[in-house]
Design a protein around this ligand. Structure first.
Ligand code: ADP
Length: 251
């Protein structure tokens, strides 16, 4: 059987002692797979992604990257994080640096790569997301959607084995959502392994190999997009989908 890139066994997480935000999550994702997590606000989706990246400490459970557990890893945690890239709702570009310098920062500093080599790759990736001409601009000169595409390029430059996308279009105006989602769809076609949290149901349906529905700290359903959207199994999933007027995504 194929070795999953990422595996999670019985993950529990609380912020306040005795109240678990993640109750008992087990999950795995294979190379090249795109998994989308959906669920009501506050059900623990973002916490789950942050636990995977060890931005949050977990209470118990096992996290494995390529079969090697890393839930207790301290010394090499930055190496683990390089392999598990993450893009957030807020793009967090440095305002006083050009787009190119923002992109060169981490690969040069963290991975000790030669700037010139990274620059060539950064230009190629900027071109791919339609932003090559913005390389010498400052973040304030870009729209939210453009900044988010830069943030995706920044994550890709680290050559992650898996990308975690946490509601990356949630802060964008509707007309910019599509241009960012288009980049993610293209990435999926190139075989990038991705775990995506989104409220964009139509996008979820088109990009996902598998949908995970979370509620109250549990994975309640796990299915193909078609099955999940057309035949949700639980009342909770049905209610959730109804709240999105999901007729729009029923093909
Ligand atoms: P989702 O991404 O599904 O909206 P979150 O993972 O952001 O859910 O939040 C899950 C629950 O954990 C919520 O009740 C939220 O208020 C709580 N929570 C999230 N982050 C923290 C934190 N840093 N400290 C305390 N509680 C938190």
């Amino acid at each position: 059987m194929e070795q999953p890139i990422l595996e999670v066994e019985h993950l529990k997480k609380s912020y306040v002692s005795g109240t678990y935000v993640l109750e008992d999550i087990s999950f795995s994702i294979n190379k090249g797979e795109v998994v989308v997590i959906v669920g009501p606000s506050g059900c623990g989706k973002s916490t789950f992604l942050r636990c995977l990246n060890r931005l949050e400490e977990i209470d118990s459970g096992v996290l494995k990257l390529n079969g090697v557990s890393y839930e207790k890893e301290k010394k090499n945690i930055s190496k683990v994080r390089e392999k598990i890239g993450m893009v957030f709702q807020s793009y967090d570009l440095f305002p006083n640096m050009t787009i190119m310098n923002n992109l060169l920062l981490a690969p040069a500093k963290v991975q000790k790569k030669k700037k010139e080599e990274v620059r060539v790759e950064a230009e190629r990736l900027l071109d791919r997301v339609g932003l090559l001409e913005k390389k010498d601009n400052y973040p304030r000169q870009l729209s939210g959607g453009q900044k988010q595409r830069v943030a995706i390029v920044r994550a890709l430059l680290m050559h992650p084995e898996i990308l975690l996308l946490d509601e990356i279009t949630a802060a964008l105006d509707p007309e910019m959502v599509r241009e960012v989602l288009q980049v993610v769809l293209e990435l999926a076609k190139t075989g990038m392994t991705m775990l995506i949290v989104t409220h964009e149901m139509e996008f979820a349906r088109s990009v996902a190999d598998r949908i995970i529905f979370m509620d109250k700290g549990y994975i309640v359903e796990e299915n193909s997009p078609q099955e999940f959207f057309d035949h949700p199994q639980t009342d909770r999933a049905k209610q959730f989908l109804d709240s999105f007027h999901y007729e729009a995504v029923r093909k």
